[in-house]
Design a protein around this ligand. Structure first.
Ligand code: DC
Length: 656
């Protein structure tokens, strides 16, 4: 079982911990605050806009940086998967305007509670008030040979906390960004990433309001609290006509500048640009009307109240607070009586309604930003697994990565998607390591009586490897079936009985012990009826898939010498050396007869030969995992060889 440490109990960290534990890992989640889910309440004004229920294309259209990086992890765990995960765990959801998804209760804490419930269900150890000081990085675990990525010479062996080191098979850094420092996000993850040799791109507060000044010189604070719907904003660099950004929607004035949905989006789009200098914001207050329509509207208002002043009539078209700033923008006098207004001035009024202008001076800080833009350079991260390409056994998830989206649930979905990918991958030992172990294993296949087990045992001893007798596992299953009173031809009965058979392998003084549902059945396995039942029941799919999985698991832990029927073809297709050991039926029958005579039993050679032929036929002709020589296996016929000659031959092959 893999031991995984997840740093950070926010959205990405909780998700990573659940995913890793679900995939069989023993997970410890470290959170420096006194509670989990501190970043979950930020979105949706405390209600938790946990994702967006849009389609895939729309989802990617709402990502600002590195959307492509998310393609494969999103395919594996998308917004619908997240909604199902929460709903299956008992959280009712609702979808609002713009496909924004919220807990039906409108309580962000219910999302955290649901995830905490899953952490408990999957036995994740949660350690609160535990601050990680740094990663434990070990040098020199790889040299770029044997398929290992060149340069990947370091591995992350755990983390350092105030209470001392914690070691693990893999570490997932889900430390959040710099935004909302009150949630405990202080950018530790960026430091860890840099220590591990990663590049961190420039960091900007995003989804954040702006400091701004009205171009007319009037104080912007006088508009504080004014919210505008159905407006369109246009943003340009000072002195340039080129529109950098335009969007239709809602915005808000604050005492220091501007905020609200379109402004927050804008901040994500121009965070980098505004760091170099102020920008111009033009607000079209009537984007739905053409110039002609707007002029006609104005004339209708003028005709209805010909003796009123322009400032008074404009209130029909605008919130009162905006009248002065709008007119000031085109240097229009509010005191003019409207019946005296000519064509030229009407055009200027139309223009004024289209161009309430302000200078955006800077972004507000990280303290008010929903997210951090920038982060660990995704070029150095495997997009499928979130694994560091530089340091083995190190993963990143969530905001610490250089991926971000607009408001609407996209950023939390990034956290869920990357957290799920990292958790899943970290729980599974990386393929390279598995293959490397398998690559050192030896697979021996062949019919009964060819001398496989003697050969395998001797080789394992000489090479310091573990011997796995897979026939014994099928035999243990056979014991289970016999005890249930089943016969070999009862496919349905055997497949059903498979469910409650737990076979394990242990080693005592180097000898394999087979444990069936907690009982050591090694002593029972060589009985004739057990052999027959093993041969008969091993044709069924459910029996084989259980055994193959168990055998692969053993070989993933340590290099093995494994013998059986399908080892080179199915169980260890990447084994370093594959042997197909056979002998003539007559020779095998003679050996078996000698064995039985030594035990003092009466033997009939013809019967033994017939039994062997029958068993060979059954093993070689079953549809699943039949006995056959793998294409890359060495054929060794032991009919005329002593056991020592066989061993010497195979050692030469192994060493060669
Ligand atoms: O090797 P053995 O005689 O102990 O194996 C007992 C039976 O188990 C054999 O008849 C076929 C089956 N078996 C199998 O199907 N696949 C294996 N890898 C090993 C054994």
């Amino acid at each position: 079982m893999r031991n995984i440490i997840v740093i950070g109990g926010g959205a990405a960290g909780m998700m990573a911990a659940v995913a890793a534990a679900k995939n069989g890992a023993a997970v410890t989640l470290l959170e420096k605050n006194e509670k989990l889910g501190n970043n979950i309440y930020i979105t949706g004004k405390g209600r938790c806009n946990l994702t967006n229920a849009c389609g895939r294309e729309e989802f990617f259209a709402h990502l600002v940086h590195n959307p492509r990086f998310l393609y494969s992890s999103f395919a594996a765990f998308d917004n619908t998967a997240m909604m199902s995960l929460l709903e299956d765990a008992g959280l009712e959801l609702k979808t609002e305007r713009g496909n924004r998804v919220f807990p039906a209760s409108d309580k962000a804490s219910d999302v955290t509670k649901t995830l905490a419930g899953l952490l408990e269900k999957y036995r994740v150890k949660v350690r609160l008030n535990t601050e990680v000081k740094g990663l434990i990085l070990e040098d020199g675990c790889g040299d770029g040979k044997d398929g290992e990525k060149a340069g990947q010479t370091r591995r992350c062996a755990g983390v350092m906390t105030a209470a001392g080191p914690l070691y693990a098979d893999a570490v997932i850094a889900a430390t959040g960004g710099l935004s909302y420092p009150s949630t405990g996000s202080t950018g530790d993850g960026y430091r860890f990433a840099k220590e591990a040799g990663h590049k961190v791109t420039a960091l900007y507060p995003a989804l954040v309001p702006f400091n701004a000044k009205l171009s007319s010189g009037l104080p912007i604070g006088s508009l504080q609290g004014l919210s505008l719907k159905n407006i369109e904003i246009f943003v340009t660099k000072s002195g340039s006509e080129k529109v950098l950004y335009r969007e239709f929607g809602e915005m808000l004035f604050t005492h220091f500048g501007v905020s609200g949905p379109v402004i927050l989006h804008l901040s994500s789009a121009v965070a980098e640009v505004i760091a170099k200098g102020p920008l111009n914001l033009r607000i079209d207050l009537k984007p739905a009307l053409s110039d002609e329509q707007l002029k006609a509207r104005l004339e209708r208002e003028f005709e209805a109240a010909p003796n009123k002043t322009l400032a008074v009539v404009m209130r029909k078209l605008l919130p009162a607070a905006l009248v002065e700033p709008v007119l000031a923008g085109q240097k229009l006098a509010g005191t003019t009586v409207v019946s005296r207004i000519g064509e030229d001035v009407k055009k200027r009024i139309v223009k004024a309604l289209r161009s309430l202008e302000a200078e955006l001076t800077s972004l507000r800080g990280f303290g008010e930003a929903v997210i951090t833009q920038g982060g660990v350079n995704v070029k150095e991260i495997d997009p499928k697994t979130m694994a560091s390409k530089l340091v083995k056994d190190l993963y990143f998830a969530g905001e610490v990565l250089d991926v971000d989206g607009y408001t609407g649930g996209y950023n939390l979905q990034i956290a869920w998607t990357t957290g799920a990918a990292a958790g899943r991958a970290a729980a599974q030992e990386d393929k390279e390591t598995r293959r490397e172990k398998m690559n050192r294993s030896i697979a021996i296949d062949g019919p009964a009586g060819a001398g496989k087990s003697t050969l395998a045992k001797t080789l394992a001893k000489e090479l310091g490897m573990i011997y796995v007798d897979t026939g014994a596992m099928y035999r243990a299953m056979a014991v289970h079936f016999l005890r249930k009173g089943l016969t070999g031809d009862d496919e349905a009965g055997i497949c059903a009985a498979c469910e409650d058979a737990q076979v394990e392998i242990r080693y005592e003084d180097g000898a394999q012990q087979v444990i069936l549902n907690g009982e050591n059945v090694t002593g029972l396995l060589r009985a004739e009826e057990v052999g027959s039942m093993a041969s008969a029941s091993s044709v069924y799919g459910p029996v084989r898939s259980r055994m193959v999985a168990l055998q692969q698991e053993l070989a993933h832990k340590t290099p093995v010498v494994m013998d059986g029927r399908d080892i080179g073809t199915v169980v260890l297709p990447d084994a370093k050396l594959k042997i197909y050991l056979t002998a003539s039926v007559q020779e095998r029958a003679r050996r078996r007869a000698n064995e039985l005579r030594e035990k003092g039993q009466e033997v009939d050679l013809a019967t033994i030969e017939r039994d062997i032929e029958e068993r060979d036929f059954r093993d070689m002709n079953r549809p699943i995992g039949p006995l056959k020589q793998a294409e890359d296996a060495h054929l060794v016929d032991s009919s005329d060889m002593t056991i020592q000659e066989v061993i010497d031959t195979i050692r030469r092959l192994y060493e060669g």
